[in-house]
Design a protein around this ligand. Sequence first.
Ligand SMILES: Cc1cc2nc3c(=O)[nH]c(=O)nc-3n(C[C@H](O)[C@H](O)[C@H](O)COP(=O)(O)OP(=O)(O)OC[C@H]3O[C@@H](n4cnc5c(N)ncnc54)[C@H](O)[C@@H]3O)c2cc1C
Ligand SMILES: NC(=O)c1ccc[n+]([C@@H]2O[C@H](COP(=O)([O-])OP(=O)(O)OC[C@H]3O[C@@H](n4cnc5c(N)ncnc54)[C@H](O)[C@@H]3O)[C@@H](O)[C@H]2O)c1
Length: 480
Amino acid sequence: MGQRGEYDLVVLGGGAAGLTVTAGAARLGVRVLLVESEGALGGDCLHYGCVPSKTLIETARVRHLAGRATDFGLPAMQTAPVDFAAVRQRITGVIAGIQAHDAPDRFRRLGAEVHFGQAHFVDDHALELDGRRITADRFVIATGSRAAVPDIPGLAEAGFLTNRELFSLEKLPASLIILGGGAIAVEMGQAFARLGSRVTIVQRSRQLLSREDADLAAVVAAGLTADGVDVRLGTTVESVAGPDAAGLRTVTVLDAGKRLEIAAEAILVAMGRTANLEGLGLDAAGIAYTQKGLGLDARLRTSAPHVFGAGDVTGEHQFTHAAGYEGGVVLAGAVFRLPRRVDYAFMPRCAFTDPALAAAGLTEEAAKAAGLPHTVVVEPFSGNDRARAAGETAGLVKLVLGRRGRLLGVGIAGAGAGELLAQWLTARAGKVGLSTLAGTTLPYPTLAETGKRAAGRPLERKLFSPLVRRILRLVFGYRG
Ligand SMILES: Cc1cc2nc3c(=O)[nH]c(=O)nc-3n(C[C@H](O)[C@H](O)[C@H](O)COP(=O)(O)OP(=O)(O)OC[C@H]3O[C@@H](n4cnc5c(N)ncnc54)[C@H](O)[C@@H]3O)c2cc1C
Ligand SMILES: NC(=O)c1ccc[n+]([C@@H]2O[C@H](COP(=O)([O-])OP(=O)(O)OC[C@H]3O[C@@H](n4cnc5c(N)ncnc54)[C@H](O)[C@@H]3O)[C@@H](O)[C@H]2O)c1
């Protein structure tokens, strides 16, 4: 294409990824058009994902703590049944507060054009947008993802919830079956149990959060079980029936070879995501894709190199912070024309349960599978004074170390794990070694001291070794 397009850049999708690219490009003087198919900007994270889920988790945590008053030496507190309308109102309020930051006018003031509508490619440099032909030099596909709904017999007829409906329920379901055992299942399973629903999680693999190390995932599983969640591992869903006259749906599962029926008022499907790529006319632009997502190179270019992808459409690290990071990589490629490549080695992940599980880099399992020489350091929270004061002693910090103590991965299961991971991510970004971390004076008493202690373990082994004792004895004549 010899001629310049009408726009320098068109961004499809106004979620975390698309907004990062749009804001950055507009501020750099790029003629950018943002197209969003729904009535508001902010995407899944703001409306149906991170924000409502974390708001709900906080509400559930407060109720849970009130129920534990006697553990802290307080008189018992009665927790009344939850009025979900009030919970929903709080969620709506939090979303509205954050929405202000994602208002279309903010992007327009930065210099972007924002259009609410449907667009599809008609050729590799042109889109049709509500009957109008739009041309551009570069494009970014950032249309996000939605719940993947497997073809389970009877599921569609019985009716089910996904993250789209979950936060706007009219009332708290008395009982809830969650299909899947990933991030959504653990976070929402615990939150609904704490609000008073009877929750069952049906998970096909042998552990929750199956991509994490089993010892860390077990801490989360124990937390959920303590909150009354019925966690069924190694269990396959066969079929779904209902609702019956009492409004109950029945899920038939195969649990350790036994066929069982579990009934509940509602079913939440949380079995992974499908990229939103339908209706975009990708074939007309020669853009390759699979069911999982866009096929992208390390610079996040599709098979049509002037079309980039970012966020959940990559089918990879489906987190808001990953979408933001990828937005930055796309800006480098599409605006600065720099060959910046993605580096996912330490892309953090965190399930915000209580205890939480946060990790980055390689798990111990992954290091083993890759045949990498490694050692593991484990430091339990039970040895931390702050954890004891807070009654939050469950969990551990786990380091996977390579040659010369190089950090290959870190996993934290415990209270505030997501916040505690920052210590490690910052250290790695700044190339700070374990000995520096171990030598840092932290305020006492803090949970972060568990991380510092873990960092000091390899050093300790060397320092308090028989060899050092022998040398000291020889040099200074110590008699111990
Ligand atoms: C319940 C839940 C909890 C989560 N919690 C967390 C968390 O705590 N932390 C975290 O990091 N991540 C979390 N996530 C994941 C996070 O929400 C996503 O990774 C993130 O929203 C991805 O951003 P995105 O920009 O790729 O997609 P989205 O934010 O979904 O944005 C895509 C946008 O594209 C629009 N769109 C779709 N089709 C078209 C089209 N054809 N044309 C134009 N626009 C279109 C959509 O309407 C949407 O606005 C959670 C997800 C869920 C479901
Ligand atoms: N705190 C966070 O960062 C956070 C929270 C919620 C969601 N998310 C994002 O949203 C995405 C979607 O969450 P999710 O929980 O739906 O997906 P997930 O990929 O985290 O987990 C899906 C789970 O469903 C199971 N599963 C898949 N197909 C199955 C089948 N046919 N039968 C039984 N089990 C099956 C898988 O084993 C897996 O455990 C996550 O990948 C994550 O990136 C992030």
